[in-house]
Design a protein around this ligand. Structure first.
Ligand code: T46
Length: 133
């Protein structure tokens, strides 16, 4: 069963500026095995267009913005990621597409598994078959 939701991350600020801690079991529902970030996405480029068999992730736009489209096989939703305290939690088989990147957009992604090519579903029809079964 797939699931996604927005997680509002608490900003811990002081007079020096802002800071957001992310801690498994506190404000993150999984243990982190991998962190990657996406930046310098070229103008007009769209990313994603795949689902995962088994992966939990938290995606945050720490700078700039993009539209993150999620499709669970029944409905599609577009979520604007544009704040460092807005995390998009993804769990399970969800088709994702990322569009309209601002030139300064930096997405940081925390994941509960190491990178595996075999965990990707890149064919939309195959994705639909999996989620409808
Ligand atoms: C996702 C969205 C939000 C690696 O070598 N290690 C990694 O951990 C990752 C994520 C990617 N790569 C390589 C594979 C490709 O040659 O980096 C290149 C770009 O990866 P990809 O085309 O998968 O990037 P996106 O932006 O389409 O998707 C990524 C993640 O792959 C995906 O899991 O949910 O960001």
């Amino acid at each position: 069963m797939s699931n996604y939701k927005l997680i509002e991350l608490k900003i811990c600020g002081d007079k020096k500026g802002s800071l957001i801690p992310i801690e498994p079991g506190v404000n993150l529902p999984f243990k982190i095995k991998r962190v990657y970030y996406i930046f310098d996405t070229k103008k007009g480029v769209e990313r994603g267009f795949h689902a995962h068999f088994n992966l939990k992730q938290l995606v945050i736009s720490v700078k700039g913005s993009c539209d993150f489209i999620i499709d669970n096989g029944e409905k599609r939703e577009s979520i604007k990621l544009n704040k460092p305290n807005k995390g998009l939690y993804l769990d399970g088989v969800l088709w994702r597409e990322m569009k309209n990147f601002s030139s300064d957009c930096v997405l940081i992604v925390l994941a509960n598994e190491l990178y595996s090519k075999d965990d990707y579903i890149k064919d939309y029809k195959k994705f639909l078959k999996i989620v409808k079964n």
